[in-house]
Design a binder for this molecule. Structure first.
Ligand code: 5GP
Length: 112
């Protein structure tokens, strides 16, 4: 399924890119919910965590590692939250797997 994130990967629409390699892309969320809010997405069109195959293991691992490394480079020494909203009940709006990284303030728990 082609989404707005495929267009960002292809460079067809602009994004504030923080990191890119052959496997994944990290860029700032257009509607930030915290002082620092970026997304890490695989370049492969995977719909959600609920749609992973065994062959996606290394891709997901890479995305999580990149999330950690970009969080560090963004200065989130006090901590942060990694979230993957999944399908309708999880509040997923863009049907391309993405990890939110939120930080820069104390985050509440539980989420709504
Ligand atoms: P979801 O609700 O699917 O977990 O989150 C999708 C996220 O993508 C939202 O936080 C939304 O602000 C972000 N988003 C949607 N469209 C764009 C876009 O065109 N550019 C960027 N940078 N973020 C986007």
């Amino acid at each position: 399924m082609t989404t707005v994130f495929s267009k960002i990967i292809a460079g067809e629409i602009p994004a504030d890119v923080l990191y890119e390699d052959d496997i994944c892309l990290a860029f700032r969320d257009i509607n930030p919910k915290a002082p620092t809010h970026f997304l890490v997405i695989p370049k492969k069109e995977i719909v959600s965590l609920a749609d992973l195959s065994d062959e996606d293991e290394a891709i997901v691992g890479r995305c999580v590692l990149v999330a950690s490394q970009v969080a560090e480079s963004e200065g989130l020494v006090g901590g942060y939250r990694l979230i993957a909203n999944t399908r309708e009940d999880g509040g997923q709006e863009v049907m391309h797997l993405h990890f939110h990284v939120l930080g820069g303030r104390k985050l509440g728990w539980p989420p709504g």
